[in-house]
Design a binder for this molecule. Structure first.
Ligand SMILES: Cc1cc2nc3c(=O)[nH]c(=O)nc-3n(C[C@H](O)[C@H](O)[C@H](O)COP(=O)(O)OP(=O)(O)OC[C@H]3O[C@@H](n4cnc5c(N)ncnc54)[C@H](O)[C@@H]3O)c2cc1C
Length: 803
C-alpha cells in the first residue's frame, strides 16, 4: 500500500470512483481511493440507475449531459459494460403548468444543444403503449434518457482509473484525518496512514462522519427512498422495443422498463429521515424495512396513468437510504474552512451527475478552478446558519414536495426566518413580501394594504408584477427607501490593505473618499466576483458584493491573504444596510447629513463615514444600481432601525415610499446593468461580460492578469433586447433566436418600469451575432419578436445617477 499520494479519495461509490478516474485521466495518476468495504457499499449499489438530461439550472444540465455521454466512452476505455440502455425519456404533463414548466426547460436546454421536443398524445402512446393519455395534456420527449446498471457503471469508473495508474484499496476504512501545518493531510486507516496533498470526502451516506474527522459539519441528512419492480407484464413482453425512461413529475414518480416488468420509484410523502444522528458504521449492502403505504398516493396516480400496473404483481421492493443537502443539490468543492479539503457529498443522482462532478472536482483540484460555474452545487452556498434543524426541515420539505413545480423568483418558507434585519417589523407592518438570501430576510416587494403578502406562483405575470413596476416608477420619479442588508460586506484594513486589494482585484483601488467597481478574477481570468469597493480611511476599505457568495469570496480571499498587515473581516450579518434611490435622494441626504452632499462636494462614487441626523459613523456610499441618484448606508445592525425611522419621516414630503429588491432588479434592466449569478459568473471572461473596462492592465500584477493578456477570442456577446412579449413574462434561461435559429440565451428578464417594455439581458454567440437580422425570444414554446439595443434603454449616458 502507498503511504504517500497526491490525492486520497475517501469512498468508493459512483462519485468517488468517478473523481478518481477524472483525476487520473487528467494526468494525476499518483492518486488513491480508500473504501471501507467493497465498492458501492453505500447508496450506489441499490440505485435505479435512471438517466435524464433535460434539467435546470444550466450547470446541472451540462453535468447531466456530460455524464450521460461518457458511459459509451467509459465502456470502451475500461472494457467494462455499464449496462447502458439509451431509450430516450418522456416527461408526462398532466396540466398546463407542467406544460409551461417543460417548455421553459426545453428552451433553457437549447443552450447546450440538449435535444427535446413536445410530442402529441398519439406519439406518447406510441412510445409508451402503457399510457392512458386521458390524464395528460402533452409530453416532452428527451433524446438523451435511459438507464445504467449502477454497480457496473461504478466498477467501470474504477477499472478505467486503475488502468490509468490510480490505486484502489478496498476493505480499508478511513479512521481519522489530520491536517499538517503546510496544509497537506494524513489519512489514517486501519492498516497504514497515507500522507496526501489533497483529500476528497466522497463518503456518501457517511459524508457527515468523515467530515467530523476533520472537525467540520456538513449540512446533510439521509432519507429513505422506495422503488419497486413489478412481475413481467404481458403488454411489455409484446412490445418489441424497450420503453423509455418515464418521468411523471407532478406525482413525484419515475419509471422504466426492468426486464419484462416495470421499475417504479417515488418521492414519497411523508418523507422519512433515516439515521438522523449519524449513519451506522456497520451499515453496508443492506436495505431498510419496506413500507409501501408511503408510496400509496404516488402508486395510485401511476395506475391512473398506466392502468396495467393495477393488476401487476410486485417482484421486488427496494427501500434504500440516500443523503441530501438542504436544497437536495450536491455539496461540492473546496471546503471554505479547510485548505486542500474537497467535498463531493450529498449527490442526489450519482448516475446522472457522477461523471460531471468527477470532472469538475478534478479540474478544481488540478487547475484550481472548474471549467464551468458550479456555484449552484458549491459547498460554500450554505453557511453555519444551515444547521441540523434547518437541514432536517428543508430536506423533508423538498423531498416530499418534489412533485411541486419550481417557479421563477420562488421563495420557500421552510426553515425561515433565520436572520431578520432590525427593521423587520417595520417592513412587516408595511405588508412586505419577504425573501431570504444566505439566511438573511429581505423585502422583495410590498403588497397593498389589506392584500395577502404572498407571491402568486406562475410562469406568466404574477401578482407582484404591477406593484413592482409601481415601486420602480417611484424610484424613477420620486424616492425609494430599501432595506439593503443582503450584501456581502467585508472590511479590509491594515498597512497592506490597499496593496493586497490591488492584487486580488482587477481594478485599481480608489483614493480616499472614493469608490470603484472591480471584478475579481480567477487565475484563468474568469469572473470570480464583482464588487463595489470604498476607501474609508487610508488603510481601511469596505468591499461589497453578492450576499450568497460570501463564503465563496472568503475562500478566494484566503488563498491570497498574507499572514500579517491585512485584517479581513466579514461583516455581512453584523452590519445592516439601507438604500435611498430616486431623483429626490440627494435632497433627503442633504437634509440629514452633517456634511455638504451636493454633487460638487459628494459626487457620484463618493464614500465617507459621516453623521446622519444624530447617528454617528454611518458609511455613506453614493452609487447606483437603479440608474437614479442613490446612496447606500451601512452601519451596525442595532442602529438600522433609528436610521430607517429618520429617513422615512424626513423623506415623507419628498415622495419617499418603501421599495423592495425586485424593483431594484427590474430598474437595473433598463440600464443594462449586469448582476452577479445572472450576467456575471465564472462562465464568462471579463471581456465577454463587458467588464474589461474595469480591468486595469496598467497595474503590474494582479490575479488573472496573465490570463487577461492571453484571452482567447470572446465566445459570447453580452446583449440587451426589448421584447414584444405582451401578456407573457421573461424570467431568464429563455432561448434567443436569430433568423429562426438558436443563437443565445437570456440571463435575466423583466419589465422596465419607465420604458414600459419587456427587457431581456443575455448572451449571443459571437459566431452568430449580427446587428441586423430578425431576433426573437422563445417564451413558453412561442417565439416573440425582440429588438436588439446597442445601448441601455434608459439614460445611456448615466446623467441621472451623476446628477
Ligand atoms: C432507492 C434509490 C434509488 C436511486 N435511483 C437513482 C437513479 O435512478 N439515478 C441516479 O442517478 N441516482 C439514483 N439514486 C441515487 C444514487 O444512488 C446516489 O446519488 C449515489 O449512489 C451516491 O453515490 P456516492 O458515491 O456519493 O455515495 P455512496 O454510494 O453512498 O458511496 C459512498 C462510499 O463511501 C464509503 N465510505 C464511507 N465512509 C468511509 C470511510 N470512513 N472510509 C472508506 N470508505 C468509506 C462507503 O462504504 C461507500 O461505498 C438512488 C438512490 C436510492 C437510495
Amino acid at each position: 500500500m502507498k503511504t504517500v499520494a497526491q490525492v486520497v479519495v475517501i469512498g468508493g461509490g459512483v462519485v468517488g470512483c468517478s473523481i478518481l478516474y477524472h483525476l487520473a485521466k487528467n494526468g494525476w495518476t499518483d492518486v488513491v481511493l480508500l473504501e471501507r468495504m467493497e465498492l458501492t457499499s453505500g447508496s450506489s449499489w441499490h440505485a435505479a440507475g435512471g438517466l435524464f438530461t433535460v434539467v435546470r439550472p444550466n450547470a446541472a444540465a451540462e453535468i447531466h449531459k456530460y455524464t450521460f455521454q461518457i458511459y459509451r466512452e467509459l465502456e470502451k476505455e475500461s472494457g467494462q459494460d455499464c449496462g447502458l440502455h439509451v431509450t430516450g425519456g418522456i416527461n408526462i404533463c398532466r396540466s398546463q403548468e407542467e406544460m409551461d414548466s417543460n417548455a421553459m426547460m426545453q428552451s433553457a436546454c437549447r443552450r447546450l444543444g440538449i435535444e427535446s421536443h413536445f410530442i402529441s398524445l398519439d406519439e406518447a402512446r406510441e412510445k409508451v403503449p402503457l399510457l392512458d393519455t386521458s390524464h395528460m395534456l402533452g409530453a416532452l420527449w428527451e433524446e438523451e434518457g435511459g438507464h445504467v446498471d449502477p454497480a457496473s457503471a461504478t466498477q467501470a469508473f474504477a477499472a478505467a482509473a486503475r488502468q490509468l495508474g490510480a490505486e484502489i484499496y478496498r476493505h480499508t476504512p478511513v479512521t481519522a484525518t489530520h491536517q499538517r501545518s503546510d496544509g497537506s493531510w494524513d489519512v489514517d486507516t486501519d492498516k497504514v496512514s497515507i500522507h496526501a496533498e489533497y483529500i476528497v470526502n466522497a463518503a456518501g451516506l457517511w459524508g457527515r462522519e468523515v467530515a467530523a474527522m476533520a472537525g467540520i459539519e456538513l449540512p446533510l441528512m439521509p432519507v429513505e427512498h422506495h422503488y419497486l419492480i413489478t412481475e413481467d407484464l404481458p403488454i411489455i413482453e409484446n412490445l418489441g422495443f424497450e420503453l423509455p425512461q418515464i418521468n411523471d413529475n407532478e406525482t413525484g414518480v419515475y419509471a422504466r422498463q426492468e426486464g419484462m416488468g416495470l421499475l417504479l420509484g417515488a418521492y414519497e410523502s411523508p418523507c422519512t429521515h433515516w439515521a438522523v444522528d449519524g449513519t451506522p458504521l456497520d451499515f453496508g449492502h443492506e436495505l431498510l424495512d419496506e413500507d409501501l403505504s408511503r408510496m400509496e398516493w404516488n402508486f395510485e396516480k401511476s395506475v391512473e396513468l398506466m392502468p396495467c400496473l393495477g393488476d401487476a404483481g410486485i417482484k421486488r421492493i427496494i427501500n434504500g437510504p440516500m443523503i441530501f443537502s438542504p436544497d437536495l443539490g450536491p455539496l461540492i468543492g473546496p471546503h471554505p474552512q479547510l485548505s486542500n479539503y474537497f467535498c463531493a457529498n450529498g449527490v442526489m443522482a450519482g448516475f446522472n451527475q457522477g461523471a460531471g462532478i468527477g470532472r469538475a472536482l478534478a479540474e478544481w483540484i488540478i487547475q484550481g478552478e472548474p471549467e464551468i460555474d458550479i456555484f449552484c452545487w458549491d459547498v460554500a452556498r450554505f453557511g453555519a446558519w444551515a444547521d441540523k434543524s434547518y437541514t432536517r426541515q428543508t430536506t423533508r420539505y423538498f423531498y416530499q414536495n418534489r412533485s411541486e413545480k419550481v417557479y421563477p423568483y420562488q421563495e420557500f418558507e421552510v426553515g425561515r426566518p433565520i436572520h431578520k434585519p432590525a427593521v423587520y417589523d417595520r417592513l412587516s407592518e408595511a405588508n412586505a413580501v419577504f425573501g431570504s438570501s444566505f439566511g438573511h430576510e429581505h423585502a422583495n416587494w410590498f403588497a397593498a394594504p389589506g392584500v395577502e403578502a404572498k407571491d402568486s406562483l406562475t410562469y406568466r405575470q404574477p401578482n407582484w408584477w404591477k406593484p413592482v413596476i409601481d415601486e420602480g416608477k417611484r424610484i424613477r420619479n420620486e424616492l425609494g427607501l430599501m432595506e439593503f442588508s443582503t450584501m456581502a460586506k467585508f472590511e479590509v484594513s491594515g498597512s497592506a490593505a490597499g496593496r493586497w486589494l490591488d492584487f486580488v482585484m482587477a481594478n485599481k483601488m480608489p483614493n480616499l473618499g472614493r469608490m470603484t467597481l472591480s471584478p475579481m478574477l480567477s487565475a484563468k481570468g474568469r469572473l470570480a466576483g464583482d464588487f463595489s469597493i470604498a476607501r474609508i480611511d487610508e488603510d481601511r476599505f469596505m468591499v461589497l458584493g453578492a450576499d450568497t457568495m460570501q463564503l465563496a469570496f472568503m475562500r478566494h480571499f484566503d488563498r491570497y491573504l498574507p499572514e500579517q498587515d491585512v485584517v479581513l473581516k466579514n461583516l455581512s450579518t453584523e452590519f445592516g444596510g439601507l438604500h435611498i434611490c430616486g431623483p429626490n435622494a440627494q435632497a433627503l441626504i442633504s437634509r440629514l447629513a452633517q456634511a455638504d452632499m451636493d454633487s460638487a462636494h459628494f459626487p457620484f462614487m463618493s464614500a465617507r463615514s459621516m453623521t446622519i441626523g444624530n447617528i454617528d459613523k454611518v458609511l455613506v456610499f453614493r452609487v447606483s444600481f437603479t440608474g437614479e441618484s442613490g446612496y447606500e448606508m451601512y452601519l451596525p445592525m442595532q442602529q438600522q432601525l433609528a436610521l430607517f425611522d429618520l429617513l422615512r419621516s424626513e423623506g415623507e414630503n419628498l415622495g419617499l415610499g418603501l421599495v423592495g429588491t425586485r424593483a431594484l432588479m427590474h430598474t437595473r434592466l433598463e440600464k443594462s446593468f449586469p448582476a452577479w449569478a445572472l450576467e456575471l459568473s465564472p462562465d464568462y471572461t471579463a471581456v465577454e461580460a463587458e467588464m474589461d473596462r474595469f480591468v486595469s492592465l496598467d497595474k503590474p500584477d494582479f490575479v488573472g492578469r496573465d490570463a487577461v493578456i492571453d484571452y482567447a477570442p470572446a465566445r459570447e456577446k453580452f446583449v440587451t433586447f426589448s421584447v414584444d412579449a405582451g401578456e407573457c413574462a421573461l424570467w431568464g434561461d429563455e432561448a434567443i433566436f436569430l433568423d429562426g435559429e438558436p443563437a443565445g440565451y437570456v440571463t435575466s428578464g423583466g419589465f422596465g418600469p419607465l420604458t414600459e417594455k419587456h427587457i431581456a439581458l443575455g448572451y449571443v454567440s459571437c459566431d452568430a451575432y449580427q446587428i441586423t437580422g430578425q431576433y426573437s425570444i422563445e417564451i413558453l414554446g412561442k417565439l416573440y419578436p425582440a429588438e436588439l439595443h446597442l445601448e441601455p434603454l434608459y439614460d445611456p449616458a448615466g446623467a441621472k445617477m451623476r446628477a
